[in-house]
Design a protein around this ligand. Structure first.
Ligand code: PHE
Length: 335
């Protein structure tokens, strides 16, 4: 009977194997009990009984080995069946382009197509390049227009407050005609809010050549605004003051969000300021070794964050630096 039971036993997983072991192999199994029974068998029958029990034991062990084999090959098979090499790969999460990077790239593209090259300068700047060469008189209140992070006083070393410092470096090292665009990070000691940050990005444009006039500045920025925000975009120049340009003008564009009808972003005015501009002050040209009787130029500086906010309808500047994936994921398609 036991032999029959052994022959009939099957196992297709580890639990069933263990059940078999308990039933036929272990000390407490039926086979183990048969061995224990030996001592109750009268001597003359011991030999015959022992023979039978040994047969049963061997049978049980051989079967156990078979079952182990069977179970292990079955699990191997099911594992390899779980790997289907014909399936398409699962998606690997890839990052996207940061909206500020995308905006900067787009600005660069627009200006490169009309002949501007790219220039860069250091973020840690000296007084000359950030202020003095740009016609900021010493101790002049104009310096306070841009709350500066100083790293060292006398000589003044600071985090640059604008990328206009790069235009000084370019003019010092190149002869006109100069048509250059300098995007970069700038720093100002300002409280962080939805509209301001102590670290932000600007792109400065500079064009110096013979006979460059205010009309060239206007046309260039009209072109930019229409390329960036669409054909229907309007540009407005408001008289302003910068030490390094004369005349100077603030650049407003018609609000991209409400189409100029008035919304929170333009505060109902229909216009949003995106930067400053003007004709390069002759003093600046002279400071950089360019003859102001022969050459004139225009310059403009715009905030990349502001442009990105308008373009992608972002209402809070802090989102750019908080690295919240829920925000960043929305720009995946910009790749
Ligand atoms: N540098 C100015 C600023 O950061 C912007 C500007 C650039 C204005 C060039 C005029 C010409 O506010």
């Amino acid at each position: 009977k036991i032999k029959e039971a052994i022959r009939a036993a099957s196992a297709s997983n580890q639990e069933q194997l263990e059940a078999y072991r308990m039933q036929f192999i272990s000390k407490k199994s039926v086979v183990g009990e048969l061995f224990a029974e030996m001592r109750n068998i009268p001597n003359e029958h011991k030999k015959a009984f022992g023979q039978v029990v040994n047969e049963v034991k061997e049978l049980a062990e051989t079967k156990f080995k078979e079952l182990i084999e069977h179970v292990s090959s079955a699990t191997k098979q099911s594992k390899s069946a779980a790997i289907d090499l014909t399936l398409p790969p699962s998606n690997i999460a890839v990052g996207g382009i940061h909206p500020l990077t995308a905006t900067r790239q787009r600005i660069i593209e627009i200006f490169e197509r009309i002949g501007f090259n790219l220039s860069e300068g250091p973020e840690i700047e000296d007084d000359w390049h950030n202020f003095t060469a740009l016609n900021f008189p010493e101790n002049h209140p104009a310096r306070e227009m841009q709350d500066t992070f100083f790293l060292e006083k006398n000589p003044d070393i600071a985090l640059r407050t604008h990328t206009s410092s790069v235009q000084v470096r370019v003019m010092e090292n190149q002869k006109p005609p100069i048509r250059t665009l300098s995007p970069g990070r700038v720093y100002r000691n300002e409280a962080i809010s939805a509209r301001a940050h102590c670290i932000f990005h600007q792109v400065e444009g500079l064009y110096v050549d013979k006979n460059v006039g205010f009309a060239d500045l206007k046309n260039t920025l009209y072109h930019f605004a229409k390329e960036m925000f669409g054909k229907e975009t309007k540009v407005r120049f408001r008289p302003s003051f910068f030490p390094f340009t004369e005349p100077s003008a603030e650049i407003d564009i018609s609000c991209h969000l409400c189409g100029g009808k008035g919304c929170n972003v333009c505060k109902g005015t229909g216009w949003v300021e995106i930067g400053g501009s003007g004709m390069v002050d002759p003093n600046v040209l002279e400071n950089c070794g360019i003859d102001s009787k022969e050459y004139t130029g225009f310059a403009f500086g715009m905030g990349i964050e502001r442009i990105a906010m308008l373009k992608y309808q972002i209402k809070d500047l802090r989102l750019f630096t908080e690295n919240d994936v829920r925000f960043l994921q929305q720009f995946r398609s910009l790749i």
